[in-house]
Design a protein around this ligand. Structure first.
Ligand code: NI
Length: 388
């Protein structure tokens, strides 16, 4: 078959599917419509489809004409709680929810990889297993999919993530640690509520929160080897009900810890607890830390990265293939890559003019859809290579 021609003929369907998902984004574990559309599409191709894996995930098996290895293709499908401001004609129709990370494209690309490979079934030895994973944004979808057995019999794993800051047509990948471990924390602070004009009669939880936020900044700047890598961010501060004259009894801080190294990860978790509890106690209140441990770091298999590079070189050319920098963003693709060797690569989807580009998770996030058919081609060729 002429692969490029086949992909070109599927591109209108690919773009339409991506735009449909974009207009109907769904948050983590609510991807009912999205997974329903995917399952229908994959059933239409004649694949063995299992719905409702890890609540809203979908698994589809494509068995080649002959026996062989099993390669898993992973795509995430969830959106973010962001009000879209991209201005595209097919903007989100759901207030406050947006595909601002490109998972709409990841899902459509993987579905169309299946559409191509199904036409090559006679040449395929082995199984290609497509995993459409819910709840990547809260780092909660991959683990239950693994527990549901999606890795059974799988020898190699591949997936892609778009990069809105990398020009469309470029590919970036690196062997070893590529994305950080991401752990979420919630700090529950308790002081003593009182009249805002008589602060001495209470314990000011808002001031306590502010002191803790500042104190946490020293963990990376003063306690972590400058040549190591870590992030501690407080992302949400909640206290009070909007009054001008009440010091609230409680406050909540939510944030994230990012690391590549597992012993540093452990140490910073303990230090976030000790520092928060210590500062709160010193001010006459108390702090309790609740962890939602995230996925480990994303680690690519060096040998398979070499093979992927050879594939990518053929598709985009050496000059468009980059060595990726490790990023502090986390991704629960890590759960698959921790258990099976594989590759998670970046596919450029931005403009060559950096001023046009918006980062992921930004209300103005947009992608150049030229990247989509390229993503299909890269994955199709990589699957063939990894089956070998
Ligand atoms: Ni993402």
């Amino acid at each position: 078959m002429d692969l490029k021609a086949t992909i070109a003929s599927l591109t209108p369907s690919l773009i339409a599917m991506r735009r449909d998902f974009h207009q109907h984004p769904e948050l983590a574990f609510q991807e009912v419509r999205t997974s329903g559309k995917l399952a229908e599409f994959l059933e239409g191709l004649g694949l063995e489809v299992t719905r409702g894996v890890a609540q809203t995930g979908v698994v589809a098996r494509l068995r080649g004409a002959r026996p062989g290895r099993t390669v898993l293709v992973r795509a995430d499908i969830d959106a973010l709680p962001i009000q879209e401001e991209s201005g595209v004609a097919y903007s989100s129709r759901v207030p406050g929810v947006m595909h601002a990370c490109g998972h709409d494209a990841h899902a459509a690309i993987a579905a169309h990889v299946a559409a191509v490979l199904v036409q090559q079934r006679e040449e395929l030895a082995g199984e290609v297993r497509f995993v459409f994973q819910p709840a990547e944004e809260i780092v909660a979808g991959a683990r239950p999919m693994v527990e549901a057995g999606v890795l059974e019999g799988v020898e190699r794993v591949v997936g892609l993530h778009l990069d809105s800051l990398l020009p469309a047509g470029m590919v970036a990948v690196r062997p070893g640690p590529s994305m950080a471990a991401a752990d979420a924390f919630t700090l529950h602070l308790r002081g003593k509520g009182t009249h805002a004009a008589m602060p001495h009669q209470g314990v000011d939880t808002v001031l306590m929160a502010a002191q803790i936020i500042v104190a946490l900044q020293s963990l990376v700047s003063r306690e972590t080897d400058p040549l190591g890598a870590a992030v501690v961010t407080v992302a949400t501060v909640t206290a009070g009900e909007g009054a001008h004259n009440i010091i609230p009894e409680t406050a909540t801080l939510r944030g994230t810890l990012r690391t590549f190294d597992s012993s540093l990860r452990e140490r910073l978790m303990r230090r976030i607890e000790a520092l928060s509890e210590g500062v709160a106690r010193a001010m006459g209140g108390e702090a309790r830390v609740e962890w939602r441990p995230g996925s480990p770091a994303v680690v690519n298999d060096a040998a398979l990265v070499e093979r992927f590079r050879a594939v990518a070189r053929e598709v985009v050319g050496e000059e468009r293939l980059r060595e990726a920098q490790p990023v502090m963003g986390g991704d629960d693709m890590a759960e698959f890559l921790q258990r099976r060797p594989g590759v998670y690569f970046w596919l450029g989807a931005g403009s060559p003019d950096p001023a046009q580009n918006r980062p992921h998770h930004h209300p103005g996030f947009w992608i150049d859809e030229q990247a989509l058919p390229l993503g299909v081609e890269l994955l199709v060729r990589t699957v063939h290579d990894f089956l070998r």
